[in-house]
Design a protein around this ligand. Structure first.
Ligand code: R5P
Length: 293
């Protein structure tokens, strides 16, 4: 639709020209300026704003932007945030724990987000339009572009495609891949809320074969490292690791590099490993022939 107004945050400047200014007041409060705010009146508005890194700041920035756009009289607000923070906290595993994924989704919907476009959202297991809490999510999968990139890296040689856990099943199923089963332990009481991996098991025959390990995200890297160790123990020839979202916490890249032949991710989160871009999937989505807009 021609009357779509695009608002692009500075944290999206690698993919699109930014037209909003985001900074801080001296005390740390967030300052946002949208020079073209008046143009939002009676228009559909798409807000391109990443929510990671600095997820809490980024969420407040988005709330401020959405409120201003809604108050200005926008017809419909679509938010594009490639990685949804808090998505891993979608279940309560111990009493009193807050399932923050639901809270974040409801806050975004309540602030006026009519549609939220994201990629390989952790708590979803399919591509498409799905409602979570009050939020209408459009979940786009990067599994095909990741697998296509691996095909180039393996230079025409065959490779097995394996997901390290149940959550990765939907990423590998269309390409005939398989997935392992991962069970996490309880929280161990540290200040950092984290559940270590207890077991990772599955049926696979990778002896003398190339393997692509693919997951929705690499965060601490523990999942990928455990899966890598399993592949190496089983005699895999060459192993490449791929994920939609590369957070690469605690210098896990160094540990991954020691064990694998290559690691790559998309630019949903910008990192030196971002060799596959989400841009063309976004352009497809925003193509006027696509009935979405
Ligand atoms: C499921 O748990 C997810 O699909 C990922 O496997 C997980 O979030 C990766 O986290 P980490 O890198 O900390 O093991």
């Amino acid at each position: 639709m021609n009357d779509l107004v695009r608002l692009v945050s500075p944290n999206f400047s690698d993919l699109f020209e930014p037209n909003m200014e985001i900074g801080k007041f001296p005390d740390g409060d967030t300052h946002v300026r949208i020079p073209s705010l008046a143009a939002c009146k009676d228009h559909e508005v798409a807000i391109f704003h990443r929510l990671y890194p600095n997820q809490n700041d980024c969420l407040v920035e988005l709330l401020l932007i959405m409120d201003a756009v809604r108050y200005q009289g926008a017809k419909k607000i679509t938010v594009v945030s490639p990685y949804l923070p808090y998505a891993r906290q979608d279940k309560q595993t111990i009493g009193g724990e807050i399932a923050s994924a639901h809270v974040v989704c409801n806050i975004l919907a309540g602030a006026g987000c009519d549609r939220f476009v994201t990629f390989d959202c952790h708590f979803l297991n399919e591509e498409g339009q799905i409602k979570h809490g009050n939020l209408n999510i459009i979940n786009i999968s990067m599994s095909k572009p990741l697998i296509d990139q691996a095909r180039k890296l393996f230079e025409g040689q065959n490779f097995e495609i394996i997901g390290p856990d149940d959550g990765a099943a939907y990423l590998v199923k269309d390409s005939g891949g398989s997935h392992l089963k991962k069970v996490r332990k309880d929280y161990d009481g540290d200040k950092i809320a984290y559940r270590h991996i207890d077991t990772m098991e599955g049926e696979f025959d990778v002896k003398d074969k190339n393997v692509l390990l693919v997951d929705d995200m690499i965060s601490t890297g523990n999942t990928m490292i455990q899966a890598l160790d399993k592949m190496m123990d089983a005699g895999a020839k060459k192993v490449i690791c791929a994920a939609t979202h590369g957070l690469f916490l605690y210098n896990c890249l160094d540990r991954l590099r020691k064990r694998s032949d290559h690691i790559f991710a998309t630019d949903s989160i910008i990192s030196p490993q971002s060799s596959v871009s989400i841009k063309s999937r976004l352009e497809e989505l925003f193509n006027p022939q696509n009935k979405l807009f």
